[in-house]
Design a protein around this ligand. Sequence first.
Ligand code: ADE
Length: 240
Amino acid sequence: MRIDIVSIFPQYLAPVQLSLVGRAQSDGLIDIEIHDLRDAATDRHRTVDDEPYGGGPGMVMTPEPWGVTLDRLLRPDSLLVVPTPSGRRFDQRTATAWADRRHLVFACGRYEGIDTRVMEYYRPRVDLAEVCIGDYVLAGGEAATLVMVEAVTRLLPGVVGNVQSIVDDSFADGDMESLLEGPVYTRPAKWRGMEVPSILLSGDHGSIARWRRDQAWQRTRQMRPDLPPRGGTSSGPVPD
Ligand code: ADE
């Protein structure tokens, strides 16, 4: 997978060189390039914003630097992603769908956003997703892009060592369906007087799996009562 990220703060995207995403790059599983939008500005001050037509607070990103940059980066098979608080919600299902794409281009807006004609121009020309990562307003699209790049790339084959850890994730569509992950424990077996639940030490894999599903169900009801109960066996607690 190829990922291009356009921003006026290229240094903000430095974390893509670290950790899981960084390793996936050095392993040749993904190829990420970061581009400075200001490289497409034409004036001495490298201006990429202007006052909003109709008045109002803040500045709007001008269309021309975006047009020049996106014309250069986009291919017929690209998905153009525009992070914005006024977009559709990005979730695990979105991440899974995007993991099948060959090329993602993230256009990180700042200020009051990008001149709407940029999205209007590209919508009929490439696949376009205007997405929001949560119901809060960030200062720009960069932090949202980091979130989405990590959510998508960890689903690519070979990026996460243990495939089961993806299947069992909160929100994953595997055995645990859309349950949140339950509690986890490691050594020591007793810490500050608290013991690991004995079932996890029992070696009885069937009982452990049932216990984990039950814990996941309880946690989901407690933390996220808004999540729809899903069909199948995880639609309720495990009977004794
Ligand atoms: N830009 C600013 N806030 C955002 C959000 N919540 N999601 C995506 N992009 C954003």
